[in-house]
Design a protein. Sequence first.
Length: 278
Amino acid sequence: MQFKIDRNKFQKDGYCVVKGLLNSDEVNYYDNEIKKLAQNKSHFSLGGIYKAKQISKIVCNKNLIKVVKFLLGSEVFFLHDSTIMHKTEPKNVTNWHRDNPCRRFGNGPDWDKHMPYNVLRLGIYLQKFEETNSCINVIPGSHKKRFTFQEILRFFHKKMRNVDENSKLIFIKNLYTRLIGKNIQTNPGDCVIFHANLWHTATPTSGIKRAIHFSFGTDNKHSENFVNYYLKYRSDIVDDNNEIKMDEKFIDLLKENKIFYPIPKNKIHIPGVFNERK
């Protein structure tokens, strides 16, 4: 393993940073492809990588797959949830959230203590932090602990979500932000990997931010639920027919690299699911 990763610390904190996962040539390639894709657009998200053939191959990066296998200690699979980010306008801080189907701690199969939650989110960043002043912020250990000091502060921070920059209360809101989570500043090619049930958010951006996000997991019930949730519950990802249109060549690429996870035909019931599609 050419990257310095402490697997025990990763399991404890719920996240890690892989410095320089992509080399400079790879960074330039994906950065330019996103720029092409974003021409005449100002969207926060340009859609999933299955819509962009030039970018989709990133999930088959050999170093990336090796790192994820090392962290989970098993064969791993691409879980069909992905986002190409081209963030062009400053936005307020998003509240801390989780990306797993069952987001309330202890409620639902995601919190089954007898089966490790091996669904990971990966973010690959293509710029220096100084270009955007934006980064991911995580609450370490929040994938395993329910009641922490940070959790109490997060509750009060959420009550202040409508406080704007001109308010006298902004100092308190910003203080809560610094106390609650940990900012992870990245350089081009860095990859942040975290458990999907870890509290996280993004800080506001002051410039154009380009990044690629997607998910990997092992072959167990958690991955099955995760894929079903994103492909059958989320109306912002699937079309009106409850289907995701994926390029056959992309599917072949996933199968060739042995990271293809079966696409579900039917929506299954997931107890405790968040934001269920009606």
